[in-house]
Each structure stands twice: as structure tokens, then as C-alpha cells.
Write a new protein. Sequence first.
Length: 286
Amino acid sequence: MGILTGKVAVITGSTRGLGLAIAQAYAAEGAAVVVSSRSAQAVEQTAADFRARGWQAAGMSVDVADLAQVQSLAALAVKEFGKIDIWVNNAGVTGPYGPTAQFDPRVFEGVVRTNILGTYYGSITALSHFKKQGGGKLINMLGMGYNKPAPWQNAYGSSKVWIRHFTKALAAENKDQTGIGIFALNPGMVLTDLLVRNEVIAGSEEKLKSFPVIVRMWAKPAEEPAKKAVWLAGPATDGKTGIEGNVFTTGVLVRGALRELWWKVTGTAPKTSEVDMTTVAPWQPD
Ligand SMILES: NC(=O)c1ccc[n+]([C@@H]2O[C@H](COP(=O)([O-])OP(=O)(O)OC[C@H]3O[C@@H](n4cnc5c(N)ncnc54)[C@H](OP(=O)(O)O)[C@@H]3O)[C@@H](O)[C@H]2O)c1
């Protein structure tokens, strides 16, 4: 028996990275999980892997930027498992690192569609089910930029502050709805494709020079923030709303910096980096 036994959880963007780790952690705690991402093949494979481990799982390929698809995902959860107790709006994208004016507007739009519209559609869909059922927990994913401007990552960073304010406003609007918890989670730096497979706009490479060291100091395996997502979804938060979970604490910051300093002093810093960078051309207006 885990702390989520009997619960049904939907996690968007859960075929890799943090979403996959959250889905695995929920399933390991006894929840039936519904996995999704845009890739039908990845969804099928992930759901099959879960079932092979003895976990209850279903899946559907969904683009979170499409409301009808998000509603179908909720309908699948209800059809397969009868209800939705936990909904995590995890799917997110970044785009290349570089000046806002050189960012391809179509890529910018893609960030807005996935991060902002995706969170909005997922939230209203989950909320309508929670209201019918008389309860449920919604978790929206924060990230860099949620608490201060993120120059050279403006599309991503400004989408995350939007998610923060959106989530807080939604929690305030629904604070009298007994049994509904609306939370945000800042997972810190997580070792996933989104963090380490970087694109940089030509001319901005210099600004990312120290990025591999930053990743080495502070990035964590996805299993770490997934534990916080379990805590938010579990009984510890029953009857609460508006919580902002944060994995990137002062302790993490100080420990990472001290370890790096020790490596520098002793000359034992790792020679290789997990960070991979591809240069892309700047966007030019016609
Ligand atoms: N990694 C970090 O350091 C970090 C730090 C702070 C916050 N976060 C946040 O954590 C969340 C997960 O990030 P991650 O690092 O795990 O990213 P990731 O490794 O790139 O995984 C993203 C997942 O979302 C899916 N996805 C992307 N766009 C989608 C869309 N429009 N519709 C449905 N699914 C979509 C991807 O699958 P498909 O591409 O196949 O659709 C994939 O399963 C994001 O919200 C991110 O902002 C990450």
C-alpha cells in the first residue's frame, strides 16, 4: 500500500524527463496513472512499460495546446479508472537561448501554446472534473523565470511567471471548494532533455559559457523533484490549497556551490559535461 493507493493521476508530458519520473513515482505509490505526450509511440511504450511493472496505466497522445485533446485525455482517465484525483500540468518546452528579438516567432508561439495554453486547458479541464467529484489536486509546473525575469530565455521564463500568477489566482478563486487543492511546483534544475539539450542562437554562445558548471552544481535527477510532486499529491496536503512547492532551496544552492568549490580547490572537477549545445541561426524579420 502506497500513499496514493486508490488515486487516479493524469500527468501531461510524461513519456520522458520529469513527467515520466512523476508518473513512475505516483504509480510506485499505488496510483493508477494516465500518461501522455504528443508522440503516440512514446505513449504506447510508456504505458506498456508501466503495466509490465505491475502498475495500472493508460495513455493517450495529446498536444496540450489543443483543448479538445486535453478533454479527451480526461475522458480516457474516467473511462479507464472512473475518476481523476490528481492532474499534473507538466508538459513544457523552452526554445533556443538568445535575444528575444532574434527568437523565431513561430518557436515563441510554440512555447506560449504549450506552456501557457497547455496549463490553462489542463487546469480548467481538471477543475471541472474535481467540481463534479467533490475534490482533487492540481499541480502546475513552474521553472526558471517564475520569480524573476529570465533574459535570453524570455519566452520560457515569462511563461513560467504567467503559470505562477495563473495558479495563485485559480487557488484564490477556488479556496472555498472543499477538497480541491491547487498547487505549483518549482522542481529546480533537473537533468532532462529540456535542460541539457540546448539550442543557442548564433552570437549568444558566450553567454552560455558557464552553463555546464551551473548544471553540474545544481541540477538533480528527476526522481528528486518527483518526490515533492508525490508529497503535493499525497495526504500531507489534504484540505490545503495555494501551496508553492520548491525543490531549489538555499540548502541545494549552498551544497552545490561548496561541492564545486571543493572540486576546483582539489582539481577534481569532472572533465566531461552533460550539456549539449547546438547553434541555430537568428530569426530575421522580412
Ligand atoms: N529540466 C529542468 O531543469 C526544469 C526546470 C524547471 C522546470 N521544468 C519544467 O518541468 C516540466 C518538464 O520538463 P522536462 O525537463 O521533463 O522536459 P523534457 O524532458 O523535454 O520533457 C517534456 C515532456 O513534455 C512533452 N511535451 C512537450 N510539448 C508538449 C505538448 N505540446 N503537448 C504534450 N506534451 C508535450 C514531451 O513529449 P513530446 O515532445 O513527445 O510531446 C515530454 O514528454 C516543464 O514544464 C519544464 O518547464 C524543468
